[in-house]
Design a protein around this ligand. Structure first.
Ligand code: EPZ
Length: 430
C-alpha cells in the first residue's frame, strides 16, 4: 500500500502541465475497437483507469502498443472475445463502455456490472434503456450484463435523466446501426464532444454532441484514425484550487479555457485572481480568506461539475463565513467530510447539503482517501494545513491523476509517496 506525506504551508509557485482527460480516454479506448484498422491515440493520461481499459483490450485479443509515455496504438482487428473479464471490469466504472462498443461490433456483449467510486447508488438503467430501444435484449445474471441483438435499428431515445455514461454508451451502440438515432436530453460534457470527434474522424456521422440533442446517422464502416485526447478539465481545476488554497501563483498549461469556465467563474467569485490565455491559465491566490459561497450547486455541464465539489469544499473550509454546497448529481459525495474534520474543518452534512463554517486554520492529520476526488480534496487540505498530513489509500487518487506527486513537487509542494504494510497483511501475520 502507498500513502502521501505532506508538510503543509508552502505556497505553490511555477507551472504545471495538464494531462489528457481521464473521462475522455476511458470512452475513446473502447471506441477504438470499432475501427477496421489501427488507431493511434495521443495525450492519453498514464493513470490506472486507462491501464485497466488497455488490459481489458489485450485480454480480448487486441494488439496494444505503447508508442511513447502518452501515445498508444490499438489494433482491434483480431478481437474475437465479446466477454470482458469480470475482475477487471468491476474495478472501474468505465468498463461499461465496452457494452456499447462490443454490441456494435459483434451484436453481443457480456460485461460485469461496473465498479468505480462509491458515490451512492449508480444504476445503469438508462444505458440498458438505450440498448433495448435500439433493438437489443439484455439479462443480468451472476453480476454480468449480457446484451444480444439480431439487428440494431436507429431510433429516438429520451434520457429520463442527464447521464454522461449512458449518452456515451448510446453513441457507441448507435454509430453503425441502420438509420438515424436521435438522443434527447443528452449530457454535454467536453468528453462527450471528444468522443464524437474521435468517432467522426473514423468516418462516423454524429452531429450535435455538446448540445442536448445528438443525431447519429449509422455508417457501414469505421476506419482507423490518429487522435489526440483533450486536456483534463478536472485535473486542471484541481491544480487551480490547490494554487488558490495555498495563496500561490501557478500557471496551468495545456488546457482548453472554455472547458474550465464553470470552475473559473466560481474561483473568481471567491476572490481568486485568474488570468486566461489561449491554452493556459494563471491562478494567483490571496493571503487573506476568500469569500464564502452561499450556494455552490453541482449540475451537469455547463453547470458546476460534481467532480470538483470535494476540492472546492477543502478550499471553502478556510474561507470567511458560512458556505453551502448542494450535491445534486450523486447520493453520497461527502465521504471526505469526516476526514477534513480530523484536520479541523467545521462542516456539517444533511443529505445532499453540506454547510461549511470557515475556520482560521487546518492542522495536519492521518487521513484516508475514500474515492478519487475525495483524495484530491485531502491533498489540497494537506497543502494548506499546519504540520504533517498522511493520506492513505492513494490508489483511489492514482486512478485519475497522472504523476500527481511529481507535478506538485515541481511547483513547490512538500509531498512524498511512501509504502506502508497493508493492514490486512499485518492482521493475517498477527
Ligand atoms: C461519469 O460517471 C464520470 N465517470 C464521473 O466522474 C462523473 O462524476 C459523472 O460522469 C458526471 O459527470 C466517468 O466518466 C468514468 P452519470 P457516470 O451517468 O457516467 C445517475 C470522476 O471523479 N444515473 O452522468 O457514472 C447516476 O447514478 C468520476 O472522474 C442513473 O440514474 O455518471 C448519477 O446520479 C466520478 N441511471 C447521475 O445519473 C443511469 O443509467 C449521473 O451519472 C446512469 C446514471
Amino acid at each position: 500500500m502507498e500513502k502521501f506525506i505532506i508538510n503543509g504551508g508552502s505556497k505553490l509557485k511555477g507551472a504545471v502541465n495538464i494531462s489528457g482527460a481521464k473521462n475522455a480516454a476511458v470512452a475513446i479506448i473502447p471506441a477504438a475497437i470499432l475501427a477496421d484498422g489501427p488507431c493511434v491515440l495521443e495525450n492519453v493520461p498514464k493513470i490506472n483507469d486507462v491501464t485497466v481499459c488497455l488490459q481489458i483490450l489485450t485480454e480480448m485479443g487486441a494488439k496494444v502498443r505503447m508508442r511513447g509515455k502518452n501515445t498508444i496504438q490499438i489494433d482491434a482487428k483480431h478481437i474475437r472475445d465479446t466477454v470482458v473479464p469480470y475482475e477487471m471490469a468491476r474495478s472501474i466504472r468505465a468498463s461499461y463502455y465496452f457494452m456499447g462498443a462490443l454490441l456494435t461490433k459483434f451484436n453481443h456483449a457480456k460485461v460485469s456490472m461496473p465498479g468505480g467510486c462509491a458515490l451512492g447508488d449508480r444504476p445503469i438503467d438508462q444505458h440498458l434503456k438505450c440498448f433495448k430501444a435500439l433493438g437489443a435484449n439484455y439479462s443480468i445474471e451472476h453480476g454480468m450484463v449480457e446484451i444480444t441483438a439480431d439487428k440494431l435499428i436507429g431510433t429516438q431515445i429520451y434520457f429520463d435523466k442527464i447521464t454522461v455514461g449512458a449518452t456515451i454508451n448510446a453513441m457507441l451502440a448507435a454509430v453503425k446501426v441502420d438509420g438515424l438515432t436521435i438522443l434527447e436530453n443528452a449530457a454535454k460534457e467536453p468528453h462527450i464532444v471528444d468522443l464524437a470527434n474521435f468517432l467522426n474522424s473514423m468516418g462516423a456521422d454524429i452531429m450535435g454532441a455538446g448540445t442536448d440533442v445528438i443525431k447519429i446517422r449509422g455508417v457501414k464502416q469505421l476506419s482507423g484514425a490518429n487522435y489526440a485526447i483533450i486536456p483534463d478539465q478536472i485535473e486542471a481545476g484541481t491544480y487551480m484550487v490547490a494554487a488558490a488554497a495555498t495563496g500561490g501563483d501557478v500557471t496551468i498549461k495545456n488546457i482548453i479555457p472554455k472547458h474550465l469556465e464553470p470552475i473559473t467563474s466560481k474561483l473568481i467569485k471567491m476572490g481568486v485572481v485568474v488570468e486566461e490565455y489561449d491554452d493556459s491559465m494563471r491562478v494567483v491566490g490571496a493571503s487573506e480568506p476568500y469569500e464564502r459561497m452561499n450556494n455552490l450547486k453541482t449540475m451537469p455541464h455547463p453547470g458546476f461539475p460534481t467532480d470538483m465539489q470535494p476540492q472546492f469544499a477543502a478550499l471553502l473550509t478556510l474561507s470567511s463565513g458560512t458556505s453551502i454546497i448542494t450535491e445534486s448529481i450523486y447520493e453520497d459525495r461527502f465521504r471526505y467530510v469526516d476526514e477534513l474534520r480530523r484536520m479541523g474543518a467545521d462542516i456539517s452534512v444533511d443529505g445532499k447539503v453540506a454547510v461549511i463554517e470557515g475556520v482560521e486554520k487546518l492542522t495536519g492529520a492521518p487521513v484516508k482517501a475514500a474515492d478519487l476526488r475525495a483524495g484530491a480534496a485531502l491533498i489540497i487540505a494537506g497543502l494548506c494545513a499546519k504540520g504533517r498530513t498522511e493520506i492513505e489509500d492513494i490508489y483511489h487518487i492514482e486512478r485519475g491523476y497522472e504523476d500527481m506527486e511529481r507535478k506538485l513537487r515541481a511547483i513547490g509542494a512538500d509531498i512524498v509517496k511512501r509504502k506502508y504494510p497493508d493492514p490486512d497483511t499485518i492482521r493475517n501475520i498477527g
